[in-house]
Design a binder for this molecule. Structure first.
Ligand code: HEM
Length: 406
């Protein structure tokens, strides 16, 4: 396997015109599993090499290990553990996970199920009788936002305030060539500061007041690793608030879009609700919400597929391409919920494997089951639908659907 310079291919993928269907370009990209770019960064696009990198301790998630540190809206402040390496990553992940899942809080997602179903039911009740609904605005966005607000202890009614900050933050790490990079970065830094101040206020209210929400638990917990500092709680809350909804919205919207493009599978799901479990798994492979991990940094010279990636290089991980790699998945461009060997890269892999996977899966399963059960003869208003600008967190910005045969 050789290293070839394929900058044009990456630019074509990042260009907004490719957003509705980047998969043929990924197929071309995979011809060079480890591709060096003009700027000295490397793009990895094949399953085997991605899995190797995700498990390779010589690759860092800490931006400070890049030889040309990237301008980032996180610069200057305490990063969250997604952007840290062991041992700090492991300590903070463990401290947050204590309240979020097994082994200490094993029943979290199961206990939430009645609330999840009620929230989806309420949102769909509001759509009853409408001939046209927007799957994103009416369900896929408000649903996970309500859930993560509830879990963290962030007031739901503050959503219009934090939505602006979250959008600016996401835009600041985007590749939109239309916006001035300095302006974008400044907006990102300001948004991050505003969001931190806001979350800091909520953390302050929790001190000395144990409670059930995650902020109260983190502010008062004296577990085996001690207690997080306020800065660490704020960074963790920031990460969970953003990761907790910006991704799941795409899974639900991409899911409904895929079902409407595969009407026989939609019909099957109506009569066979258990199908939703492997179906969501297949969605995470076939139309994943996170297409790209924009960077890892090489701690030392690393050899991947016979290519030496020099220390300090930026490495870009094309997860969605890996999950469509024909060397790993049989007939990868076919949406097949009956696929049995489906170890996709939708939630990443290795020590940074998504921590919200069980919650996101259940949210998507419930949302899709209810949509299919309750919508009457749904059909797409536009195919392809309009997409969000981001090539990293990829999904429709709106997904308008007509019902009642409308
Ligand atoms: C369908 C929805 C989701 C997808 C596709 C997704 C995807 C991912 C991916 C690919 C990573 C790995 C990032 C890396 O290696 O740098 C990740 C990490 C993470 N995700 Fe998710 N995620 C989803 C939902 C959630 C939810 C609902 C939460 C929390 C409530 C969450 C919390 C996290 C956290 C905390 C990390 C960092 C883990 C670490 O660094 O150890 N995610 N996610």
């Amino acid at each position: 396997m050789t290293t070839t310079e394929t900058p044009d291919m990456l630019h074509r993928i990042l260009d907004y015109s490719s957003r509705s269907d980047p998969y043929p370009l990924y197929a071309e990209l995979r011809r060079t599993p480890v591709a060096r770019q003009d700027d000295g960064s490397y793009v990895i696009s094949t399953y085997r090499e991605l899995a190797d990198i995700l498990h390779n301790p010589h690759l860092s998630s800490d931006v400070r290990n890049l030889s040309h540190p990237m301008p980032s809206a996180e610069a200057g402040g305490t990063p969250s553990f997604i952007n840290m390496d062991p041992p700090d990553h492991d300590r903070l992940r463990r401290m947050a996970m204590r309240h979020f899942g097994p082994p200490h809080t094993p029943g979290l997602v199961t206990a939430l199920e009645p609330d999840l179903t009620a929230t989806v039911g309420g949102l769909l009740d509001d759509c009853a009788g409408k001939e046209q609904i927007d799957i994103v605005d009416d369900l896929a966005y408000p649903f996970p936002v309500s859930v993560i607000c509830h879990l963290l202890g962030v007031p739901r009614e503050d959503e219009p305030r934090f939505r602006v900050w979250v959008n600016d933050l996401i835009n600041s790490i985007d590749y939109d060539p239309r916006t001035d990079p300095k302006q974008k970065l400044d907006d990102g830094v300001q948004a991050r500061q505003d969001l931190r101040e806001y979350l800091g206020g909520l953390v302050e209210q929790r001190h000395g007041r144990p409670g059930d929400d995650l902020l109260a638990r983190l502010a008062n917990d004296d577990g085996p690793d001690g207690r997080m500092t306020d800065e660490e709680i704020i960074s963790t809350a920031n990460l969970l608030l953003i990761a907790g909804h910006e991704t799941t919205v795409n899974l639900i919207a991409n899911g409904m879009l895929t079902l409407l493009r595969h009407p026989q599978i939609l019909e099957r799901l109506r009569g066979e609700p258990d199908l939703v479990v492997p179906l969501v798994e297949e969605l995470l492979r076939y139309e994943p919400p996170v297409h790209i991990i924009p960077w890892r940094a090489a701690y030392s010279d690393v050899t991947v597929a016979d290519t030496v990636i020099p220390q300090g290089s930026q490495v870009m991980l094309m997860l969605a391409s890996g999950s469509r790699d024909p060397d790993r998945f049989h007939d990868p461009d076919r949406f097949d919920p009956d696929r049995s060997d489906n170890q996709h890269l939708g939630f990443g892999s290795g020590i940074h494997l998504c921590f919200g996977g069980p919650l996101a899966r259940r949210e998507a399963q419930i949302a899709l089951t209810e949509l299919v059960r309750r919508l009457d003869r749904p059909s797409l208003v536009a195919d392809p639908p309009p997409y969000r600008r981001s090539p990293v967190l990829r999904g429709p910005i709106h997904l308008r659907v007509e019902q009642n045969g409308g």
